[in-house]
Design a protein around this ligand. Structure first.
Ligand code: HOZ
Length: 447
């Protein structure tokens, strides 16, 4: 065993820390396994990468989750991103309640769709026109269809460890659950489709240049997470994003910036604003729906007008622009817009305090750990680092991460249950939560 890494054995070393009882959660998991593969409706919820049974959540308020046994946890995954204002944020709850009284769905247009679009366009000038869909997967899938139609080309460039939802062509060397479970792609994706996706290392412009040289006039689009969240948090190198913009423009390919995770998270205008990007298409999700299922794709007017009913590219959805989702999105985006300066400076301060506080505890305990963070989105990689691409992220000691995760959970701190996911916090996280989290980490690292 290496120095300072005794907790790698899988034990919490402080004898006074015990896992709380989770008997109701365990029973609920057993019942769920009768109906759902792995007992879950999305693989990353199954805790397979960190061990232990996942607690079932009964309710949540602000920064705190309560499980079916009444145990409470400080939430650092925020429903995988959307809950930037904390759980059951009153203006969001009121907006949903008010809207539901007029019926949950019409399958026809409502004023709220343009109300939300107007607010989004004010934060993301690239989105001259947009479409609402019901998930991030739908948004990226539709953006790619549009890019192929606009360029009359077939090949898509993506980056290893980036995850853009579970559409066939985007699962090649993907992040999130695909990286968590160590599978190279997905069974059921025909080779002919996988071959149309080139997965390249992130943060390396030369390989993108080489791909364009190897496939002249054939690459329709480059899609990326501008700050990677789905391989854990990876920060774009200086000049990388601008370099991709210049390369794609030169080669007549489109640049699709997937801001499903970073949108309204790393800044009000997401990474597009933070890194002054000018992409052709942007995808959004998570926060923009305030916790309800929403995705958005949009971009330059001429491109978007290729969509039916104006143009030949087909895309549709029964629940697209759903009134409840629009209401939750409007309440969330409206609040963020109106309080942007206070919200984003608070998020930066609290995220910095907790992310660096835990990293300092690791350093004191002699545990090799690399912290990557952009605003209220970060990852503690259990490796010496640096971590600038998926290959480097994959050097992390995932067993150590699993031990750390269990030790934190048992002390009431719920981290995303995979080394290859980003942690998030909300405006509801305050000094008490930060202090309790750092103390829990100190205990977890105490060998
Ligand atoms: N897109 C989420 C973050 N990686 C994962 C959510 C899920 O797959 O359930």
């Amino acid at each position: 065993m290496q120095d300072g890494l005794a907790f790698y054995t899988g034990r919490i070393m402080r004898p006074d820390i015990h896992a709380p009882l989770r008997t109701r959660s365990q029973a609920l998991q057993q019942r769920a396994e009768r109906y759902f593969p792995g007992g879950v409706n999305s693989p990353v919820r199954a805790f397979r990468a960190v061990g232990g049974a996942p607690p079932f959540i009964e309710r949540a308020e602000g920064a705190w989750l309560t499980d079916a046994d009444g145990n409470r946890y400080i939430d650092y995954f925020g429903s995988w991103g959307p809950m930037i204002l904390g759980h059951a944020f009153p203006p969001v709850v009121e907006a949903i309640e008010r809207t539901a009284r007029n019926s949950a769905s019409f399958g026809a247009s409502t004023a709220a769709e343009a109300d939300l679009a107007e607010r989004i366009a004010a934060c993301y000038p690239t989105l001259e026109k947009m479409r609402f869909v019901s998930s991030g997967t739908e948004a990226t899938m539709s953006a790619i269809r549009l890019a192929r139609a606009a360029t009359e080309r077939k090949i898509i460039v993506k980056f290893e460890g980036c995850y853009h939802g579970h559409a066939d062509g985007l699962l090649v060397k993907a992040g999130s659950g695909v990286a968590t479970f160590g599978i190279p792609g997905s069974a059921g994706v025909p080779e002919e489709i996988a071959h149309l996706t080139l997965a390249l290392p992130y943060n390396d412009l030369a390989v993108v240049e080489a791909a364009f040289a190897a496939h002249p006039g054939a690459i329709a689009a480059v899609i990326l997470e501008p700050v990677v969240g789905n391989a854990g948090c990876i920060v774009p190198a200086e000049g990388y994003l601008a370099g991709l913009r210049a390369l794609t423009a030169r080669e007549g390919a489109l640049l699709i910036v997937d801001e499903v995770m970073t949108g309204f998270r790393v800044a009000l205008g997401g990474a597009t604003e933070l890194y002054r990007m000018d992409p052709d298409l942007v995808t959004l999700g998570k926060i923009v729906g305030g916790g309800l299922p929403v995705g958005v794709f949009g971009g330059k007017r001429a491109l978007m007008d290729m969509l039916a009913p104006l143009g030949p590219v087909y895309q549709a959805g029964t629940l697209s622009g759903n009134p409840l989702a629009m209401a939750a999105g409007l309440a969330t985006v409206g609040y963020l817009q109106e309080h942007a300066s206070a919200v984003y400076s608070q998020l930066e301060a609290t995220a910095k305090a907790v992310a660096e506080g835990v990293a300092n505890e690791a350093r004191r305990a002699g545990v090799p750990l690399t912290l990557n963070r952009v605003g209220a989105m970060w990852t503690w990689f259990f490796t010496q680092g640096p971590v600038n691409n998926y290959e480097q992220a994959a050097t992390s000691n995932t067993e150590a991460f699993g031990c750390f995760h269990r030790a934190m959970l048992d002390q009431g701190v719920w981290l995303p249950p995979s080394q290859f996911e980003a942690a998030f916090l909300s405006t509801a996280h305050g000094e008490a939560e930060i202090a309790a989290t750092i103390e829990a980490a100190r205990n977890a690292f105490a060998a």
